[in-house]
Every structure is written in C-alpha cells, then in structure tokens.
Ligand binder design. Sequence first.
Ligand code: CAA
Length: 283
Amino acid sequence: MDIKRVMVIGAGQMGGGIAQVCAQSGFDVILNDISEASYERGLRVIDKNLARSVEKGRMSEEEKSAALGRITKSTDLSDAKDADIIIEAAVEKMEIKQSIFRQLDGIAPEHAILATNTSALPITEIAAVTKRPGQVIGMHFMNPVPVMKLVEIIRGLATEDGVYEAVEDMTRKLSKTPVEVNDYPGFVSNRVLMPMINEAIFTLYEGVATKEDIDEVMKLGMNHPMGPLQLADFIGLDTCLYIMEVLQEGFGDPKYRPCPLLRKYVNAGWLGKKSGRGFYVYE
Ligand code: CAA
C-alpha cells in the first residue's frame, strides 16, 4: 500500500513533531486538534523548528514553505475520510484513545491504517474496538521527534503483515529507523527506560547521592545525553508514573512499583519541565 496522505491527531509536542517530519518528507498532512488554538500553537512550533533548519543550512526557505504548505488544518475527525493513515497522538488515556479509534473506524477509508503513538497502552486493546484490528498498529516516535531516529513499530495481536510493511516503509521515508516490537506492556523502549528512571528516583529517595550526582554518573559514566532525573523531567513525571503503573499492572510484578517520591512529586503538581518544576527548577 502506498501512503500519501497522513492525518495526525493531536498538535502537541508529539503530534506536532510527527506532522513536521511527515510534511518535511513530502507527505500531505492533515493536522487535527480539538481546538483551533491548539492547532495554531502546534503550527508555530513547527514553523520555529523549520526556521532553525533553514538558519543551520539544512533546508532552503523554499523547502520550508513547501513543507508548511503540505500541512492542512483540521478540527474535525471527519477529515479522516481523506487519509491513507491516521497517526493518533492524543492524551494517554485508554477511554479517549478507544473513543477516537471507534470514530475513526467509521470515517476513514476502508484501506486506511489506524496507528497510535501511545508510549505504553496495549495496541491490541485499542484495536479491539474497531472492525479493522488487522489495520491497527503502534507507531511510537521518540521525543523530540524531529531529532530522534527511532520509531518503535508495535504489532497488535491481529496486525496484518502488509500493514506492518507499509508502516515500516513509511518510517524509512521519514528518514527514521524502524524497529519491530510485539505488543507487551511498555514495548521495548519504556520497559527498559522507565525502570532505569524509577531506580534513579529510588537512589535519590534513599539518599544514596544528590540528583546532580546521579545524573552525572549516568551522563559521564554511561555516555547518556541526559541524566535519568533530567530525562524524567523532560518526559514529564506524570508520564513516567503512568508508564510504571502500566508495567506494574501489565506484568503483576512488584519490581515495577513506582518510587513513592515519584508519586509525591506528581501529586504536588511537580511534573517536570512542562510545569516549571520537577527534580529541577525551570525558569
Ligand atoms: N524539537 C526540535 N529540535 C530540538 C528539540 C525539540 N524539542 N530539542 C532539541 N532540538 C535540536 C536542537 O535544535 C539542536 O539542533 P541543531 O543541530 O540545530 O543545533 C539539537 O537538537 C541538539 O540540541 P541541543 O544542542 O540544544 O542539546 P543537546 O545536544 O543536549 O540535545 C537532545 C538535546 C536531543 C534532547 C538530547 O539531550 C537527547 O538526546 N536527550 C535524550 C532524549 C531522549 O532520551 N528521548 C527519548 C525520551 S523517551 C520517549 O520519547 C518515549 C516515551 O515514550 C517516554
């Protein structure tokens, strides 16, 4: 199947990034959000990122205009009628995703693929509310989307081979590297990353070292671009907590228990960079 028109649901950090890389790679993009204001906010970030690429000589002014010209605004899910693939990047709540997928299933053309950018929710459970579970798949981009090279492609229980291959092909056209993963809690990325972050939080909680020193050990000692506590702030502490809960519930194993300090910060509204405070304070 040849994918030409992409609809992205959600113009936030992830959805906006996905729309940007799709438009840059020559796909026509319908960027959908519930409000015009959210769409405009998303588009401003895309514009700023592309302007930086022009400044850095990675792209010409004409290429920037062409990329922006490939993005059309949508505040109505019924625009899915024109898409070959819909990539959902809305909030990480099963009820909301299932409701979106149920609606999309009724609107999107018969051949269309329904993909979700979920970071941990089961693809199979999302697919189950549609009449086309074979055409439902996970397409997990990493943050920041324009910079990170990986797309974790998650096969639900019923995902058809042809659908997997079409998504893999699209991922390569986005100049990203696909990795094939089966549908188990946290997939590969968050099953490995989140327990590491959670353990770093336990290390802080137990007073083993300061937050700065924990991050320094992992940056200088393991060559990670960011320390785990800084990365947790960057991802969002609420997201980290929710992923640990998905792992704990999905595997029923106490080794995935979220650190009480993580829970305390989330309860305090200290959600990381986006709220101005997490393990670190942001101006
Ligand atoms: N959007 C677009 N571009 C961005 C960006 C953003 N949000 N943040 C940084 N960049 C770009 C910068 O503009 C810069 O590009 P230039 O070449 O034009 O200078 C480049 O990235 C490098 O940025 P900086 O020099 O400012 O800083 P850096 O070298 O520290 O890199 C980083 C920033 C790429 C974010 C790096 O710190 C990093 O790789 N951090 C780890 C990121 C990571 O682990 N992501 C995965 C998170 S987990 C996830 O996403 C999955 C999940 O389900 C939770």
